[in-house]
Design a protein around this ligand. Sequence first.
Ligand code: AMP
Ligand code: ZN
Length: 486
Amino acid sequence: MQELKIYNTLSNKKEVFKPLKNGYVGMYVCGPTVYSNVHLGNVRTFMSFDLIYRYLLHLGYKVRYVRNITDAGHLTDDNAEDKISTKARIEKLEPMEIVQKYTVDFHQILEKFNNLSPSIEPTATGHIVEQIEAIKTILENGLAYEVNGSVYFDVLKYNEKEHYGILSKRKIEDAIENTRNLDGQSDKKNPQDFALWKKAEPEHIQRWPSPWGVGFPGWHLECTVMSTKYLGEKFDIHGGGMDLKFPHHECEIAQSQACNHTAPVNYWMHGNMLTMNGKKMSKSTGNSILPNEIFTGENEHISKAFSASVARFFMLQAHYRSILDFSNDAILASEKGYIRLMEAVSLTSKLESSKSSSFDVKAWKQKCYDAMNDDFNSPILIAHLFEAVKFINLLKDGKETLTKEDLLEFTTTINSFVFDVLGLESAEVGEDNLDKLSGVVEMLIKMRNQARADKDWNLSDKIRDELLILGIQLKDGKDGTSFTVN
Ligand code: AMP
Ligand code: ZN
C-alpha cells in the first residue's frame, strides 16, 4: 500500500496515516443542518470529503464513512430556538416536514455532484436516548451541571485537567478574561460553558422528555454520541468545514474526554471555505450560489449554466485546505480544461499500441499517486493528468508510442483517477432513453451543420462543446457527423 500523508489540524502537521486497524478506516464527517437548501459552499466541503473517501477506497481500505444529519439542536445562538424549529414556525410546517424537505434536497444535490453516499447517515433525533445517556455520564463524572431544566458542560472544571482549546489553539484563560463582565443573563456559570441539554420553552416544538424535564439536546452532543456509537470511542478521521473547528469540534473533543476518558480522533481534517468576492459563501449574508442556479445559469454572478461535473472539476482544481474563490471567469476556465480532459479521456479506448514506449508510464503513474498521497493534492494530480492529455494527443497523431502493456496501464490509470478518484462523470444513458437521445443529438448535428454553413463558428463550437460536457462526442467523418455516448 502507498504511504499516505494527512494534514492533521490537531498537530498542524502532515502525518503518515496509520489507521487503528490495518486495512480499515473509520471516518466521521459533520453533515448539514437540514433547515435550508445547501449552497455551493456546503457542497465544496462534502465534495472534499468525498474525494478523501474515494481515494481511501481506491487505495483498498475498507472505510466506514459516517455523516450525520442535524435535524435538531442547532441553535442560532445560546438563548435562541434551534434552526429547524424556527424555520418550521416561519413556514408553518412540522419540524419533520422541514427536515424531510431539505434532507431530500441535500441528497439530490450531492448525487448530482456524483458524491458517494456514506455508509451510515444517522440523525440527531434518532439518537436522543444515547444523548441523554451521555449527559448522565458527563454529570456523573462531575463535568456538567444542571440549572433550571438545562444541563451545561463545565468548561472551566474540564480545563483543570484537560485542555479546552487543544484543537482551535485557543487559550481559555484569555477568553474568560475578555468575557467575564459581559455575562449575567444566562443560566451558565461561565460564558464558555455550552449546552448539553436545553429546557424547551412552551413555544419550542421539537421536545423530548429527559431526567431534567422536557427539552432538546445541544448541537455538539449528537456528533460525539453518533461517532462513538458507530465508530467507537476512538476512530481514525473526523472531518468538517474549517468553521466547525471552534466551537463545534472543540466541544466534541471535550465531551468525548468527559464521557470516555480518551481523545476521540487520531486525524482531524478541515476543509477550507468557498468564497465569492473574497467573502465566505453563506446563506445568511446572501453571498451564495445554489447548485440549481449553477445548473440553470440563473444567478447574477454567472453568465451561463454549468454542469455538475464542471463545477466539481472547478472545486477539485483547488486543494481542499486552500480557500477557493468562486467567479464566472474561474469556472469558465475550468470548463475549458474539463472539456480538454474529457476529450482526451474518451480517446484512450481508441489508441493503438506500438513495439516500444516513448513515455515512462510507471514514473508518471507514481507522480499521480505521490500527489494524492501528499494530503490529497488534487490540483497537482490534475496537472499530471494534463500532462497525460498532451501525451494522448501526440499518441493519437502517432508522434509518441506505447507498448501494449504500457498502453493498458496508462489508460487504466487515467480512467481510475478521473472517474473513481476525482469522481468526474460523463453522462450515462439508459436503453429507454437512447432513441430519444439519438433524435435530439441528430437534430443538434443538423443545427450545427447549418451553423457551419453560415460560418457561425461560435454556435457550432458551442454545440460540440456543450454536448461533450454531457458525455456526447461528435465525430466529423467522410460520411457526415456521428456521435458516441461515453
Ligand atoms: P451547516 O449546514 O451550516 O452545518 O454546514 C454544513 C457544512 O458546510 C459544514 O461542514 C460547514 O463547515 C460547511 N460550509 C459552510 N459554509 C461553507 C463555505 N462557504 N465553504 C465551504 N464549506 C462551508
Ligand atoms: Zn458535528
